[in-house]
Design a protein around this ligand. Structure first.
Ligand code: PNS
Length: 166
């Protein structure tokens, strides 16, 4: 079975991520979307919230599951028995970081290969960070995330604003 892992922070999952998951699901028998829990970035959403949003966004695709990992990605890959990493490439600016990740992972385990999907042009500018910025300022999110994630973002931003006003 061709098992692939799509790792990331997914804080939150965007339409760009969903597009990559859908396309990857056609070339692998099974994809595990793996959410990093111990990121150095401080996430807006908890791991459970991120998993919930991913599950909600991929419920119509059959061969996908969602898992969480901390520590090294290669250790998680070994645990689940996967040797293919899926990543999206938006622009040249992504390339340097992505090649570094892919090569480090391959140095750590030379059975592992990374497959890159070029992002749909429609989403080539999109990132979770930009989406959070727009959400914090009350901008329209419809072109960036699905309805479920949009509502989660609005709820989260409102609760953060409420905390600030206390
Ligand atoms: O969505 P992101 O934040 O760009 O995803 C980055 C991620 C989670 C793929 C990367 O940070 C990662 O794999 N972290 C786990 C630690 C690790 O194995 N790093 C690679 C070797 S330095």
């Amino acid at each position: 079975m061709r098992l692939a892992v799509y790792p990331g922070s997914f804080d939150p999952i965007t339409l760009g991520h969903i597009d990559i998951i859908k396309r990857a699901s056609k070339i692998a028998d099974k994809i595990i979307v793996a959410v990093l829990s111990n990121s150095r970035k401080s996430p807006l959403f908890s791991v459970d919230e991120r998993i919930d949003m991913i599950k909600n966004s991929i419920k119509d695709i059959e061969n996908i599951s969602v898992d969480v990992f901390d520590g090294l990605l290669v250790d998680f890959m070994k645990k689940v028995g996967a040797e293919i990493i899926v990543r999206g490439l938006r622009a040249v600016s992504d390339y340097e970081y992505e090649i570094q990740l892919a090569q480090t992972n391959r140095e750590l385990n030379n059975n592992i290969d990374t497959i890159f999907f070029t992002t749909n042009v429609k989403y080539s500018y999109l990132s979770s960070s930009i989406v959070k910025e727009v959400a914090m300022h009350g901008g329209s999110l419809d072109k960036f995330v699905n309805l479920y994630v949009k509502n989660m973002l609005i709820k989260k931003c409102n609760s953060l604003k409420g905390l600030k006003e206390l």
